[in-house]
Write a protein that binds this ligand. Structure first.
Ligand SMILES: Cc1cc2nc3c(=O)[nH]c(=O)nc-3n(C[C@H](O)[C@H](O)[C@H](O)COP(=O)(O)OP(=O)(O)OC[C@H]3O[C@@H](n4cnc5c(N)ncnc54)[C@H](O)[C@@H]3O)c2cc1C
Length: 394
């Protein structure tokens, strides 16, 4: 069996794993990235979702030299409107105070392509596509990752293998989990009116519906919808003709971007959330969805994975400068301590937010409407929430 020696071994080459490899290559360590799919094959990359990049994440992408490329494909969010059922019950945030944007919408596909293009130019990164992991062995000095064709010896393993993490199951890390018994329907579409960079989030009884502005695709204005609703209902909706779907979506979106002209893509995702009780185990740390996943209500799941990464990036530089080995118990525990609370907080916030807007009780609805009014008028609360959306106080 072929033996490969790398300081850091990353398992999972999705959005977080690939970005982890790219950013950590700047530490000078040798890195291997093991991905089970063939990421270069088109049929394996049918993710039509967009990601809302927060201002906080953008600053980190700028630091590691990726933002310039990503920005070419991004649509800035200039305004966020939160609508509780009807447009008469609206809360609005804008970007005038910080003179920056509230976020940026980019297609997942573009983001991944940009990162892989950069990864292939890095001499200290080896990418192993189409590779299946069998198991792990731990010696005092190394963690060994055995695949069907080769073994990687490294000081640190980073599990970035998503929600159903094989690595997490291998180490039997206990979880908090929540199944919402709902789905999120993700649709990209052309519409009549200019969105002027506005994002909308409607809160309906069965879940939120977000409309996110996308980059102009000449000659069309384009946006994406993320609609959370009962699983059975969305399964039926997925079977409808595009014509019927458009008429339902026009109604649900209350024509805020004008008439929907054409559906470009549609996909649905089962909604669950989880939080590992620990973000580490024997020379292994968990990052992104392998550590946590959330209800997409706040569009922060990937951004939080990027916050894990930013903290990891500085931690590795710190250990390197102090001449301390990465990957031992001390290192892994410090990584956990730096990241766990952020995830715990977001797990709770997204869950409670979902519940709060679902409630139909007239007294609670009145309280909610009163609350929206206070937030709209109170600059301090309004600023705190817009900073949260921007990922500034994540
Ligand atoms: C509908 C929806 C909308 C969302 N919108 C937003 C948003 O606007 N903003 C935001 O911040 N977040 C958003 N999220 C969350 C975001 O999509 C995820 O947090 C993010 O994609 C997680 O990336 P990841 O790399 O950790 O995991 P994944 O994308 O799941 O990648 C895991 C990778 O590991 C590979 N892998 C799995 N098992 C193995 C194995 N055994 N060996 C090797 N490789 C393996 C997989 O093939 C995959 O490539 C949304 C989520 C949903 C469902």
């Amino acid at each position: 069996m072929k033996e490969i020696y790398s300081n850091i071994n990353i398992i999972g080459g999705g959005l977080i794993g690939a970005l982890t490899a790219y950013s950590l290559s700047k530490t000078g360590f040798t890195i291997s990235l093991i991905e089970k799919k063939d990421v270069y094959s088109v049929k394996n990359n049918l993710d039509y979702r967009t990601v809302a990049i927060s201002e906080g994440t953008k600053l980190f992408l700028e630091k590691i030299g990726l933002w310039y490329e990503i920005n070419k494909y991004s649509q800035p969010i200039k305004k966020i409107k939160i609508i509780d059922r009807l447009q008469s019950n609206t809360l609005e945030f804008d970007n005038t105070r910080r003179e920056s944007n509230l976020g940026y919408i980019v297609k997942n596909k573009h983001l991944l392509n940009i990162v892989y293009k950069k990864l292939r130019q890095k001499k200290n990164i080896k990418i192993f596509n189409n590779s299946k992991i069998k198991d792990f062995e731990n010696t005092n000095d190394f963690i060994i990752t055995n695949t069907e064709n080769f073994s990687v010896f490294s000081s640190l393993n980073i599990a970035a293998d998503g929600k159903n993490s094989f690595v997490r199951k291998h180490y039997k890390i206990p979880l908090f989990t929540k199944d919402y018994n709902k789905k999120a329907l993700v649709i990209t579409f052309c519409h009549e009116k200019n969105h002027y960079g506005a994002a909308y989030e409607f809160f309906y009884k069965n879940g939120p519906l977000a409309i996110l502005p996308m980059k102009f695709q000449n000659p069309n204005f384009v946006s994406s919808i993320v609609w959370t609703n009962e699983k059975n209902y969305l399964d039926e909706i997925m079977k409808l003709s595009n014509e019927k779907l458009i008429s339902i979506l026009n109604n649900e979106s209350q024509y805020v971007v004008g008439r929907i002209k054409k559906i470009l893509t549609k996909q649905s995702f089962h909604l669950t959330a989880h939080l590992n009780t620990k973000f580490y185990s024997e020379r292994t740390i968990f990052i992104g969805d392998s550590a946590h996943s959330f209800h997409p209500i706040a569009g922060q799941g990937w951004n939080l994975g990027m916050k894990d990464l930013e903290n990891l990036y500085y931690l590795i530089f710190k250990y390197r400068e102090l001449g301390i080995e990465i990957g031992d118990q001390l290192f892994c525990k410090e990584y956990h301590d730096n990241n766990y609370f952020n995830s715990y907080r977001l797990y709770q916030v997204t869950d409670k937010l979902d519940n709060l807007f679902k409630i139909q009780n007239p007294i609670i609805s009145l309280g909610r409407s009163f609350g929206l009014n206070i937030i709209q008028k109170n600059k301090t609360i309004n600023n705190f929430i817009s900073d949260f959306a921007m990922g500034v106080n994540l």
